[in-house]
Design a protein around this ligand. Structure first.
Ligand code: AMP
Length: 286
């Protein structure tokens, strides 16, 4: 039997819980999420428990990181099931503030970003997204005051943006990246996968297939430009409309021309029908 998770509805409750754990000498990990939890999120809790005694997961569908054309209002919300998954994964608490708690009347501050946030990847297609993400994550990190916070490599550019932001703003919480959890066929788990029709779901694995093949071929020394052109073709042939598919430096996200410019990460975003999927794979290196 798993123990239950305390639901903390505002910042005062979060701070009181964290203070109580700290008084007992316990370390605390934060796992920020937007809910609709799956095994990928649970793995972040597991990672947190390797580094801390207590994990608090936040569930907040952050309106400021969605463009008006995006899926904020229909983003899946499954709070009760989420709490059960957090309990099963071993989290101690769920911080679930309301929009009015995070953005009270008169709220008017945002984090300004350059560097990895302007890599010409996600930011090309979602120009306001990372300002929303960085601002809400800065708030969550300040609110929780955790020892570490765990983010998925699934959202690779986001992980780099958050790490840079925390470094630049001297936020004391250590930012930790955790590997992408995949379905049996390789599709990266995502709360948005529920939007896929059965036919789209079958095709969806092509994005991971193409990225994995590309990563293997680059590692084997093939010409990067040819490899990426083939990967693009493979994804288009599966029925995707590509936003980007690129090989980038794994740390800076700068463009790379050859394997020696690495470590390299191959990253893609593409739409299958109305659903936009993103994924990325590391190029193995010696
Ligand atoms: P989300 O609620 O989907 O915005 O994501 C919350 C956190 O979970 C982010 O740090 C994501 O990168 C991470 N995450 C989402 N999907 C996965 C996955 N399949 N494997 C590992 N982490 C994930």
């Amino acid at each position: 039997m798993t123990s239950s998770v305390a639901v903390l509805r505002d910042v005062a409750a979060l701070r009181a819980a964290v203070r109580g754990w700290r008084e007992k000498g316990e370390r605390v990990a934060l796992v920020p999420t937007m809910g609709a939890l799956h095994a990928g999120h649970a793995s972040l809790v597991t990672e947190g428990l390797k580094r801390a005694d207590r994990v608090v997961a936040s569930i907040f569908v952050n309106p400021t990181q969605f463009a008006p054309t995006e899926d904020f209002s229909k983003y899946p919300r499954t709070f009760d099931a989420d709490l059960a998954k957090l309990a099963a994964a071993g989290a101690s608490a769920c911080f679930a503030p309301g929009v009015e708690d995070m953005y009270p009347k008169g709220f008017c501050t945002a984090v300004g970003l350059e560097g990895p946030a302007k890599a010409d990847l996600e930011d090309r297609f979602r120009p306001t997204h990372f300002a929303g993400v960085a601002t809400v994550v800065a708030k969550l990190l300040n609110q929780a005051g955790a020892d570490c916070a765990i983010f998925g490599e699934k959202d690779y550019q986001q992980l780099k943006v958050v790490a840079q932001m925390a470094r630049d703003l001297d936020i004391a919480t250590e930012i930790v990246g955790a590997p992408t959890v995949r379905e049996a066929d390789g599709l990266a788990m995502s709360s948005r996968n529920v939007y896929l029709s059965p036919d789209e779901r079958t095709k969806a694995v092509a994005i991971f297939g193409a990225l994995s093949t590309a990563a293997g071929r680059i590692a084997a020394g093939e010409v990067l430009g040819h490899v990426m052109a083939d990967a693009r073709e493979e994804i288009v042939a599966a029925g995707f409309a590509i936003d980007y598919i690129e090989a980038r430096h794994a740390e800076t996200l700068d463009r790379v021309a050859r394997r020696a410019d690495g470590p390299i990460r191959v990253l893609a975003a593409a739409k299958l029908g109305a659903t936009r999927l993103i994924d990325n794979v590391a190029v193995p290196h010696d």
